[in-house]
Design a protein around this ligand. Structure first.
Ligand SMILES: [Zn+2]
Length: 491
């Protein structure tokens, strides 16, 4: 029998706020254990939480970026459970009435655009972190109370690769929107995966199996590549799957059962009595709406549509936000935007990588990184200089090799291309009289290759062309050289 996988993801993302969710402690990574703590986030008796307004704004902003409706009333609830990293013995979350719900994410997959619907995005708080040493264990509460967004998708995902692309698209959107830094290394994004299989073409869902606490997108993909065939094989062997929770062992490359439904938690949710329901006003929402940015996919499509860029160039400008913004400003005046894009992607990016003017301008580690708000500053040359350079190549004043020299010089000194061409004598010779003379000299000096060419050895022409270029010190217009040589050597 043919089976298909049905996958939904719950993605937890730490919000980019200065302070924690209910107290004034710093929301920062890497501080010494238990230094960013206070009676509130340690869950001392008698303390009262005060909601972080920026976290509420970022939650509403996420809703807008994910095409969700922002609720006119959101409530906080207590999710009760006992665990060493939860000092209050409950977590404050939004259960019955989340801040935002009913949206979707569109992303590129398999050569087309796929859509995953978003059930809800709700605000909660992170918990502390347990550490296990050789003889004892410890808890670091620095992370306890950090604002955390949980983004729950509908089970619209059908495979490991699709899950991976969805997660990357989601991350790009959140980084673009300034909602979260989504730094995986710092544990800012974590994921629970719900996966079941069912006979292809049927509508009923199979037993839901949850893989908890994934902290990398590639891990999610690997876990699904293991788990989907495991479930199918179990069914094919006449087995029965039960609702359960599993963990992914990255070293062994397998998922392992942690608990089945009989041991599932009952969290005894009830309304948080210490917090008022949150009712955003129109003015408050309007302020949040101002922070909505163009989404990465829309940006890519705009670059492809408005400037006829190939997908790979447009993608480079999506990942490298400052470079893309810079391109967008020049491209409006460019006759040949693709040529401008080539200079930026192939040359400017390489020079900036050598001596970065702005930090992490390009994705360095293969991760998809965008840094909004970092302009392309301190460039010595003016944007118009790039247009001038493109023009000089197009009107054949500059060979492509000479143009590279001019670019490097203008990058270093800020001089205009025309001035550099003049100073260095780089202008290409397109004067046919001068080139005819070079060709005649080369033909006279190389009777052997000339004879070879006449006998039909086409490669001999390239040799002669090379000799003319050498004689002209690289300045002869190569296409003219080719034309003139061929004309002269034709019987
Ligand atoms: Zn605190």
């Amino acid at each position: 029998m043919d089976y298909e996988a049905v996958i939904g993801l719950e993605t937890h993302v730490q919000l980019r706020t200065r302070s924690k969710m209910w107290c004034g402690c710093a929301n920062e990574f890497g501080a010494s254990p238990n230094t960013n703590v206070c009676p509130v986030c340690l869950g001392m008796p008698g303390v009262l939480p005060v909601a972080n307004e920026e976290a509420l704004r970022l939650t509403a902003l996420t809703g807008l970026l994910l095409n969700c409706a922002v609720s006119s009333v959101a409530r906080f609830d207590r999710k009760n459970y006992f665990y060493p990293d939860v000092p209050k013995n409950y977590q404050i979350t939004q259960y019955a009435q989340p801040s935002t719900a009913n949206g979707y994410v569109d992303f590129e997959f398999n050569g087309g655009i796929s859509r995953v619907r978003i059930t809800r995005a709700h605000l909660e708080e992170d918990v502390g972190k347990n550490f296990h040493f050789e003889r004892n264990s410890g808890v670091d509460f620095n992370r306890a109370g950090v604002p955390l967004l949980e983004i729950v998708s509908e089970p619209d995902i059908s495979g490991a690769d699709m899950a991976y692309e969805y997660l990357n698209a989601l991350k790009d959107i959140l980084v673009y929107g300034g909602v979260s830094d989504c730094d995986m290394e710092k544990g800012m994004v974590r994921c629970d995966v719900n996966v079941s299989v069912r006979p292809k073409g049927t509508n009923e869902l199979g037993a839901k199996i949850e893989i908890k606490n994934m902290n990398s997108f590639s891990g999610v993909r690997k876990a699904l590549e293991y788990e989907i065939p495991r479930q199918i094989e179990a069914l094919n062997n006449g087995g029965k799957l039960v609702q359960s929770t599993r963990r992914w062992d990255d070293v062994a490359g397998v998922t392992e059962e942690m608990r089945t439904k009989e041991h599932a938690h009952d969290y005894r949710y009830f309304p948080e009595p210490d917090l008022m329901p949150f009712e955003p006003t129109d003015a408050w929402l309007a302020e949040v709406r101002k922070r909505v940015v163009e989404l990465p996919l829309a940006r890519k499509q705009r670059f492809m549509r408005d400037y006829q860029l190939p997908a790979s160039d447009a993608q480079a400008f999506v990942w490298d936000v400052p470079l893309g913004d810079y391109f967008g400003n020049i491209a409006k005046q460019a006759k040949n935007p693709k040529a401008v894009a080539n200079w930026l992607i192939n040359n400017l990016r390489a020079r900036l990588a050598e001596a970065p003017l702005t930090p992490s301008l390009s994705p360095s580690d293969g991760e998809r990184v965008a840094k909004p708000g970092e302009g392309l500053v301190n460039l010595k040359f003016k944007p118009e200089a790039l247009l001038e350079l493109v023009g000089l190549v197009e009107n054949q004043t500059l060979s492509s090799a000479a143009a590279q020299q001019v670019f490097n010089e203008m990058f270093d000194t800020g001089e205009s291309p025309a001035a550099i061409v003049q100073k260095k004598g780089l202008a290409q010779v397109s004067d046919t009289g001068a080139i005819e003379k070079f060709c005649d000299d080369v033909i006279a000096a190389n009777p052997g290759p000339v004879a070879d060419f006449k006998k039909g050895k086409a490669a001999a022409l390239n040799f002669l062309k090379g000799q003319v270029m050498k004689l002209s010190k690289g300045k002869a217009n190569p296409s003219l050289v080719g034309e003139i040589l061929e004309r002269k050597l034709k019987p």
